[in-house]
Design a protein around this ligand. Structure first.
Ligand SMILES: [Zn+2]
Ligand SMILES: [Zn+2]
Length: 93
């Protein structure tokens, strides 16, 4: 029996059969990502226990944050205008 990736001759005990694609591989290539398994996606899903996708929920406070953001923008704008006016006066005088 030979590994389907490297062609290395493997005896019965060292021969690994992939549960996902059914191929026979040497110990180095037995893992799905080492033999570019065609069912790699399936293996990834089963191989990551307890890792669930976290659903992003829209916070109710998002709408409340908008006015604060706008206020900040207004403040920055006012400060900029004042600074510019001071600079302008300093330049004239
Ligand atoms: Zn191999
Ligand atoms: Zn495989």
């Amino acid at each position: 029996m030979n590994c389907e990736i490297c062609g290395e001759e493997i005896s019965g005990a060292a021969a690994f059969t992939c549960n996902y694609c059914g191929g026979v591989f040497c110990p180095k290539h037995r893992l799905p990502f080492n033999h570019a398994c065609k069912n790699l996606a399936e293996w990834k899903e089963s191989g990551v226990p307890g890792k669930k996708k976290v659903r992003l929920t829209k916070k109710a406070s998002v709408s409340a944050d908008v006015p604060v953001y706008l206020k900040k923008e207004v403040l920055i704008g006012v400060v900029l205008v004042i600074t510019l006016l001071i600079l302008l006066f300093a330049f004239i005088l």
